[in-house]
Design a binder for this molecule. Structure first.
Ligand SMILES: Cc1cc2nc3c(=O)[nH]c(=O)nc-3n(C[C@H](O)[C@H](O)[C@H](O)COP(=O)(O)OP(=O)(O)OC[C@H]3O[C@@H](n4cnc5c(N)ncnc54)[C@H](O)[C@@H]3O)c2cc1C
Length: 394
């Protein structure tokens, strides 16, 4: 067992740090927490692309750098530590491109990989529906073959960045025979979000941010070349994809700026004349956060190291995501509690400690344990696949 990074990795981290620091100092891009969910700038993403930091883990023959998933985590750790506005390219780099490389046709590879690599397109994920979240096989959006096209009808919901996306990566029902198992009824396809019949409506989250949307499809024509992988095999494909989705450091570091400011806040503030840093309960809380942050990082790097060994992390990714998202919610809770009433002030308020980040994170935090798989489902995965306790009976 060796927890050390290689010399190349140490150097790569420094490269990324330098890039992010330079971009942040320019003062033109919106750095902040929850940056992968709603801080989007095509211009920033183009800078990331120019520096060869999109597609680093894709194979070289597909335009990537052929680096590893551990390298990718190193890069993202530094991006998230600074709160870099990565939302424009994030989903495509993390999930869409690996899906296309794994399952897509030569046409899709040629059409989309260079555009993703150069931050020319933004993708959203069109999976969840009003009656299909954890139970994704309950999706009802249909895609029916008609000549050279599929005709798509239905509704998706909670679509992060649907309002800025050029394309959506969708799960649709292509086999409408009720006798067919629902796990053999779906396909994955790319949908042009500018197609006639696509309507995107904003959903404002509890923190007041426009991050996700509902998306309606009314007789939307999708060329057959946009089908990804094998028709009716989409459910299996998407499950592999979700393991990629769950494995990332974004689950641990989406509020990284708050953790750092909280430590500064404790060092520089007092209560009733007594420094906060001398309060035993506060010391205890901050120390626990620090310990759990380091444990979370070990989970994430372990999952990345499995991917580098060619393994698909399933219960390991579920364990990591459960631990890290619960940690993120706890961070927001501890930060608001520790700051008292002023901790409930939002960004923009002159009296808000740490720029109001604690309160804003607290309002975002219920979403952390939902998106990408709810905690209860993830624990079931750990019980079933990790501990071999068998399937949960209904
Ligand atoms: C911020 C945010 C961004 C999102 N972005 C996207 C996106 O870009 N694209 C997209 O397609 N979707 C997105 N989603 C949707 C997300 O994937 C779903 O919210 C998630 O899969 C849960 O589905 P649901 O909301 O329907 O909740 P449900 O599945 O209805 O679950 C609600 C609750 O029911 C309980 N529960 C459900 N199933 C079980 C079970 N099997 N065992 C025990 N308890 C259970 C749990 O307590 C759970 O918290 C996003 C969600 C959030 C919060």
């Amino acid at each position: 067992m060796d927890f050390k990074f290689t010399e190349e990795q140490v150097q790569f981290r420094e490269e990324v740090k330098e890039f992010v620091t330079t971009e942040k100092e320019k003062g033109i891009f919106p750095f902040g927490n929850n940056c992968w969910m709603h801080l989007s700038s095509m211009e920033f993403s183009k800078e990331v692309a120019k520096n060869g930091l999109i597609g680093i883990a894709w194979p070289k023959e597909h335009g990537g750098r052929g680096m590893g998933y551990v390298d990718r985590v190193i890069m993202l750790e530094e991006m998230f530590r600074a709160g870099a506005p990565v939302a424009y390219h994030f989903m495509a780099d993390r999930q869409v491109a690996p899906g296309i490389i794994h399952f897509g046709s030569d046409f899709l590879k040629k059409e989309f990989l260079p555009k993703i690599r150069n931050a020319e397109v933004c993708f959203c994920l069109l999976f969840s529906e009003p009656d299909a979240g954890s139970d994704l096989a309950n999706c009802r959006t249909t895609a029916v073959e008609e000549g050279d096209y599929y005709i798509v009808n239905g509704q998706k919901v909670w679509t992060s960045n649907g309002h800025i996306a050029d394309y959506g990566w969708a799960l649709v029902k292509t086999n409408l025979d009720p006798a067919v198992s629902r796990y053999n009824a779906f396909s994955e396809m790319v949908i042009d979000m500018k197609s006639p019949g696509v309507t995107v409506r904003p959903l404002i989250n509890s923190a007041g941010a426009h991050s996700f949307n509902e998306v309606y499809f009314d007789n939307v024509k999708v060329p057959k070349e946009y089908l990804v992988g094998t028709k009716d095999n989409g459910f299996r494909q998407i499950m592999t994809n979700l393991d990629f989705e769950r494995a990332g450091i974004e689950r641990l570091m989406q509020n990284s700026l708050t953790l750092d400011s909280l430590k500064d806040y404790v060092k520089t503030n007092d209560k009733g004349g007594k420094p906060l840093s001398q309060d035993p309960l506060i010391r205890d809380s901050i120390a626990k956060l620090e310990i759990e942050f380091e444990v979370g990082k070990l989970f994430i790097y372990y999952v990345a190291s499995l991917l580098d060994k060619g393994k698909i992390p399933s219960y390991e990714a579920a364990m990591g995501k459960t631990f890290c998202t619960l940690y993120e919610a706890k961070l927001a809770d501890v930060a608001t509690t520790l700051m008292g009433l002023p901790g409930l002030l939002m960004p923009g308020s002159p009296e808000a400690p740490c720029n109001g980040m604690a309160c804003e994170d607290y309002l975002w935090s219920p979403s952390y344990t939902l998106q990408g798989g709810v905690v209860e489902v993830l624990k079931n995965i750990v019980a079933q696949r990790g501990l071999k306790l068998g399937r949960k009976k209904k």
